[in-house]
Design a protein around this ligand. Structure first.
Ligand SMILES: Cc1cc2nc3c(=O)[nH]c(=O)nc-3n(C[C@H](O)[C@H](O)[C@H](O)COP(=O)(O)O)c2cc1C
Ligand code: SF4
Ligand code: SF4
Length: 284
């Protein structure tokens, strides 16, 4: 059966919008190849449930699955990993993990996603790491990787999708190994994996709340991608906070803030130390 009559599922979590832009570029390319595409955001619980239900109910129709996440402190977001863990067996399904990263370090994110997909029996047909503006940069004087993904990044994404499409159409069931799609290996990779997302989160600036400034407008809860803000009527931030800072960025009164005074220097030092080329890379 040709891929065109089967279809592809594009799933992603995108707190600040760059991973969604990458997902849309993937969708456009697939549609240009006459592939039927359905796409879902995984950030909120409801989105994950819907994507899982659609995938389960239409088993056999989706033979190609793209799963995307931003890199947060080396790792993919928990919502994305939870989605992969809850998927049924992916035996015979072609999968493509993709990440967007802010030009600092793509970390162990693709490796972790590839390993989880492989555990499900999936064929790892490709992977992509896509450079995007660093989503913490709005707080800095100069954004890191501002303007990315640009046209060159977009054409790399297109090439990657076309290469995967050729593999699937050609019934090429050879699978990449998680290490084939990992920029880091050995001790460096092991150190990055240590402690997972929670360890990285603990190092990120906390959200501070000043009740005296809050006008109870509710905008913070509206922009929280994981739905972890409860309005009572002032906001309370739950344990599932991923430190995306959308709430602090949006609060019109400055009632929600984070101390980024050391972050810019920390990021700059890491870029200089790791020297990971700030290029969008396709693994096929
Ligand atoms: C809390 C946080 C941690 C981040 N950690 C990294 C990182 O370790 N390496 C990196 O290159 N970019 C990092 N970034 C930048 C994001 O990976 C990048 O901006 C991504 O494209 C955001 O995707 P989104 O716009 O879909 O949310 C981080 C951003 C935030 C907010
Ligand atoms: S956005 Fe700011 S002012 Fe509005 S409810 Fe949230 S904290 Fe309060
Ligand atoms: S509470 Fe704020 S920082 Fe935490 S996930 Fe929600 S929007 Fe992002």
């Amino acid at each position: 059966m040709s891929l065109n009559s089967i279809g592809a599922l594009v799933t992603y979590c995108s707190p600040a919008g760059a991973t969604r832009v990458a997902a849309e570029a993937i969708e456009r390319t697939l549609r240009s190849l006459s592939v039927n595409v359905a796409s879902f955001s995984l950030c909120a619980k409801e989105g994950r449930e819907t994507a899982l239900r659609v995938f389960q109910e239409s088993r056999g129709r989706f033979r190609l699955l793209f799963v995307g996440s931003p890199v947060y402190g080396f790792h993919p977001l928990p919502a994305v990993m939870e989605f992969i863990r809850r998927l049924p067996s992916l035996d015979g399904i072609h999968t493509v993990p993709f990440v967007t990263w802010g030009g600092v370090c793509s970390g162990s994110a693709l490796f972790e996603m590839g390993r989880a997909l492989e555990k499900k029996g999936a064929i790892l047909s490709g992977a992509m790491k896509i450079v995007a503006e660093h989503s913490m940069s709005w707080a800095f004087s100069n954004p890191f990787c501002g303007g990315r993904p640009d046209r060159k990044d977009a054409s790399r994404i297109e090439e990657g999708v076309k290469a995967v499409h050729r593999k699937v159409e050609g019934n090429d069931t050879s699978s990449l190994a998680p290490l084939d799609i990992s920029t880091y290996t050995g001790d460096t990779l092991a150190t990055m994996l240590e402690g997972g997302f929670e360890k990285s989160k603990a190092r990120l600036p906390r959200i501070e709340f000043d009740k005296t400034l809050c006008v109870e407008c509710g905008q913070c809860a509206e922009v929280c991608p994981v739905g972890c803000i409860t309005l009572n009527p002032t906001p309370a931030i739950g344990e599932d906070c991923i430190r995306c800072y959308n709430c602090a960025k949006t609060c019109p009164e400055g009632a929600l803030t984070a101390d980024f005074s050391k972050s810019e220097e920390v990021i700059r030092t890491r870029i200089e130390k790791l020297r990971e080329p700030q290029e969008t890379t396709v693994f096929v």
